[in-house]
Write a protein that binds this ligand. Structure first.
Ligand code: URA
Length: 194
């Protein structure tokens, strides 16, 4: 096992034992990460849903399947090119948005994941994830596709959340799904150069 894997395993174990916030009382499983810790892309979603809580793996439900499909259609491998996690590691009951307090109490896991994985680009997936890093007053449809610097030097960009895309079926040029594919293609192009 690599040094990175060992450190992430220790962190995951700490996460499994965590009861710092109320989400720890109702979870079935903590949902720590999926994909490769050597990936150049780290994708950060909102929070686990029912399927993720049942399996312990992020983005495996309907939204996750759509995200995987869009990634693979643009030539990104979910398994090799992306390390996937969420702003909080436990499912909020009824799939509500995680509170600021829950995100704050879980932040240490996410910050350590970033420190260990050292991604070349962070993809903020959806409004909750984008707000966590870019501040509260953002409109996701306005900032998707834009690029930022996080922590002074890590490139980051924003994509629409696949749960939102599940309600938008068109793949026509200019549609939300089409725009998301363009955003993923830019990310793919970016990692080919770093
Ligand atoms: N939505 C998210 O934001 N994350 C998941 O893991 C699943 C659905």
């Amino acid at each position: 096992m690599s040094e990175k894997e060992l450190r992430l395993n220790d962190l995951k174990q700490e996460c499994i034992n965590c009861h710092k916030c109320v989400l720890g009382n109702t979870r079935n499983n903590t949902v720590f990460s999926d994909g490769s810790c050597d990936a150049k892309i780290m994708l950060i979603g909102e929070a686990p849903g029912a399927d993720e809580d049942a399996t312990g793996t992020p983005f495996v439900g309907r939204a996750g399947k759509l995200l995987t499909k869009l990634m693979e259609e643009t030539g990104l491998s979910r398994e090799n090119d992306i390390y996937i996690t969420n702003t909080v590691k436990c499912r909020p009951p009824e799939n509500r948005v995680p509170s600021d307090e829950e995100k704050k109490l879980c932040e240490n896991f996410l910050l350590k994941q970033i420190e260990i994985v050292k991604p070349k680009v962070i993809v903020l997936c959806g409004a909750t994830s984008a707000k966590s890093f870019l501040g509260g007053k953002i409109k996701i449809t306005r900032i998707r596709g834009k690029w930022y610097k996080l922590f002074g030097n890590i490139d980051a960009t924003v994509i629409l959340h696949p749960s939102f895309l599940l309600r938008k079926h068109s793949e026509e040029e200019g549609s939300e799904r089409w725009l998301t594919k363009q955003d993923l293609l830019k990310i793919k192009e970016f990692i080919s150069k770093v």
